[in-house]
Design a protein. Structure first.
Length: 148
Protein backbone atom coordinates (compact mmCIF):
# COMPACT_ATOMS: atom_id res chain seq x y z
CA UNK A 1 0.00 0.00 0.00
CA UNK A 2 1.46 3.36 -0.98
CA UNK A 3 1.54 6.33 1.32
CA UNK A 4 0.03 9.73 0.59
CA UNK A 5 3.43 11.35 0.22
CA UNK A 6 4.03 10.48 -3.43
CA UNK A 7 4.75 13.58 -5.51
CA UNK A 8 2.26 14.41 -8.22
CA UNK A 9 3.64 14.47 -11.71
CA UNK A 10 2.31 16.65 -14.47
CA UNK A 11 2.62 16.06 -18.19
CA UNK A 12 5.48 17.97 -19.84
CA UNK A 13 4.43 21.53 -20.65
CA UNK A 14 1.42 21.45 -18.32
CA UNK A 15 1.07 24.39 -15.96
CA UNK A 16 -0.11 23.96 -12.41
CA UNK A 17 -3.17 25.81 -11.16
CA UNK A 18 -1.63 27.42 -8.09
CA UNK A 19 -2.82 30.56 -6.37
CA UNK A 20 -0.31 32.86 -8.14
CA UNK A 21 -1.47 31.66 -11.55
CA UNK A 22 -5.13 32.19 -10.66
CA UNK A 23 -4.31 35.68 -9.35
CA UNK A 24 -2.56 36.60 -12.63
CA UNK A 25 -5.55 35.37 -14.64
CA UNK A 26 -8.05 37.26 -12.45
CA UNK A 27 -5.92 40.41 -12.68
CA UNK A 28 -5.71 40.03 -16.47
CA UNK A 29 -9.50 39.65 -16.71
CA UNK A 30 -10.02 42.71 -14.51
CA UNK A 31 -7.59 44.79 -16.59
CA UNK A 32 -9.27 43.63 -19.79
CA UNK A 33 -12.71 44.61 -18.43
CA UNK A 34 -11.42 48.04 -17.38
CA UNK A 35 -9.91 48.42 -20.86
CA UNK A 36 -13.28 47.71 -22.46
CA UNK A 37 -14.88 50.34 -20.22
CA UNK A 38 -11.98 52.66 -21.06
CA UNK A 39 -12.96 52.62 -24.71
CA UNK A 40 -15.82 55.01 -23.85
CA UNK A 41 -14.65 56.53 -20.53
CA UNK A 42 -12.18 59.42 -20.85
CA UNK A 43 -9.96 58.85 -17.82
CA UNK A 44 -9.51 55.11 -18.34
CA UNK A 45 -6.93 54.54 -21.05
CA UNK A 46 -8.10 51.43 -22.91
CA UNK A 47 -4.77 50.62 -24.56
CA UNK A 48 -2.87 50.80 -21.28
CA UNK A 49 -5.26 48.40 -19.57
CA UNK A 50 -5.25 46.05 -22.58
CA UNK A 51 -1.44 46.00 -22.49
CA UNK A 52 -1.50 45.34 -18.75
CA UNK A 53 -4.03 42.55 -19.32
CA UNK A 54 -1.68 40.90 -21.84
CA UNK A 55 1.24 41.15 -19.41
CA UNK A 56 -0.77 39.59 -16.58
CA UNK A 57 -2.26 36.91 -18.82
CA UNK A 58 1.20 35.96 -20.09
CA UNK A 59 2.12 35.06 -16.52
CA UNK A 60 -1.07 33.12 -15.86
CA UNK A 61 -2.38 31.65 -19.10
CA UNK A 62 -0.82 31.70 -22.56
CA UNK A 63 -4.21 30.77 -24.00
CA UNK A 64 -5.85 33.82 -22.34
CA UNK A 65 -3.00 36.01 -23.59
CA UNK A 66 -3.59 34.78 -27.16
CA UNK A 67 -7.33 35.41 -26.79
CA UNK A 68 -6.72 39.02 -25.67
CA UNK A 69 -4.28 39.64 -28.52
CA UNK A 70 -6.80 38.23 -31.03
CA UNK A 71 -9.82 40.03 -29.54
CA UNK A 72 -11.43 42.37 -32.05
CA UNK A 73 -11.41 45.30 -29.59
CA UNK A 74 -8.05 44.86 -27.91
CA UNK A 75 -5.95 43.16 -30.58
CA UNK A 76 -5.58 46.01 -33.06
CA UNK A 77 -4.89 48.56 -30.30
CA UNK A 78 -2.26 46.33 -28.69
CA UNK A 79 -0.55 45.54 -31.98
CA UNK A 80 -0.48 49.19 -33.10
CA UNK A 81 0.99 50.33 -29.79
CA UNK A 82 3.55 47.54 -29.44
CA UNK A 83 4.80 47.75 -33.02
CA UNK A 84 4.56 51.47 -33.82
CA UNK A 85 3.52 53.35 -30.67
CA UNK A 86 0.53 54.39 -32.77
CA UNK A 87 -3.15 55.04 -31.96
CA UNK A 88 -5.93 54.56 -34.54
CA UNK A 89 -7.89 57.64 -35.60
CA UNK A 90 -11.19 56.27 -34.29
CA UNK A 91 -9.66 55.75 -30.84
CA UNK A 92 -8.34 59.31 -30.88
CA UNK A 93 -11.74 60.73 -31.89
CA UNK A 94 -13.65 58.73 -29.27
CA UNK A 95 -11.16 59.71 -26.57
CA UNK A 96 -11.23 63.44 -27.35
CA UNK A 97 -15.04 63.51 -27.63
CA UNK A 98 -15.29 61.69 -24.30
CA UNK A 99 -12.94 64.22 -22.71
CA UNK A 100 -14.98 67.17 -24.01
CA UNK A 101 -18.23 65.59 -22.81
CA UNK A 102 -16.70 64.90 -19.40
CA UNK A 103 -15.49 68.46 -19.07
CA UNK A 104 -18.94 69.72 -20.08
CA UNK A 105 -20.56 67.58 -17.41
CA UNK A 106 -18.00 68.70 -14.83
CA UNK A 107 -18.61 72.36 -15.71
CA UNK A 108 -22.36 71.83 -15.40
CA UNK A 109 -21.88 70.38 -11.89
CA UNK A 110 -19.18 72.60 -10.38
CA UNK A 111 -18.79 75.62 -12.66
CA UNK A 112 -15.43 77.36 -12.93
CA UNK A 113 -14.06 75.92 -9.71
CA UNK A 114 -10.28 75.38 -9.47
CA UNK A 115 -10.81 71.61 -9.77
CA UNK A 116 -12.49 72.16 -13.16
CA UNK A 117 -9.40 73.99 -14.41
CA UNK A 118 -7.17 71.25 -13.04
CA UNK A 119 -9.16 68.69 -15.05
CA UNK A 120 -9.00 70.92 -18.13
CA UNK A 121 -5.21 71.03 -17.83
CA UNK A 122 -4.83 67.28 -17.32
CA UNK A 123 -7.23 66.32 -20.11
CA UNK A 124 -5.67 68.86 -22.47
CA UNK A 125 -2.23 67.33 -21.84
CA UNK A 126 -3.61 63.83 -22.39
CA UNK A 127 -5.39 64.93 -25.58
CA UNK A 128 -2.23 66.58 -26.94
CA UNK A 129 -0.19 63.47 -26.24
CA UNK A 130 -2.84 61.24 -27.81
CA UNK A 131 -3.20 63.41 -30.89
CA UNK A 132 0.59 63.54 -31.30
CA UNK A 133 0.78 59.75 -31.67
CA UNK A 134 0.98 58.50 -35.25
CA UNK A 135 -1.78 56.55 -36.92
CA UNK A 136 -0.96 52.84 -37.44
CA UNK A 137 0.48 52.09 -40.85
CA UNK A 138 -1.50 50.05 -43.35
CA UNK A 139 1.05 47.24 -42.93
CA UNK A 140 0.37 47.11 -39.18
CA UNK A 141 -3.42 47.18 -39.62
CA UNK A 142 -3.50 44.42 -42.23
CA UNK A 143 -0.73 42.16 -40.96
CA UNK A 144 -2.11 38.71 -40.09
CA UNK A 145 -1.84 37.55 -36.50
CA UNK A 146 1.03 35.24 -35.67
CA UNK A 147 0.09 31.77 -34.52
CA UNK A 148 1.92 30.80 -31.35
Amino acid sequence: MSGGNTPQTHPPGARRWGLPRVCWIVLAALCFAIGVVGIVMPLLPATDFFLLAVICASRGSKRFERWIRRNRLAGPLIRAWEEERAVPTTAKVVAVISMVLSLSLLYWHIGLHWSFWLCVGILAAVALFLLSRPVPSAACRHRPLKDD
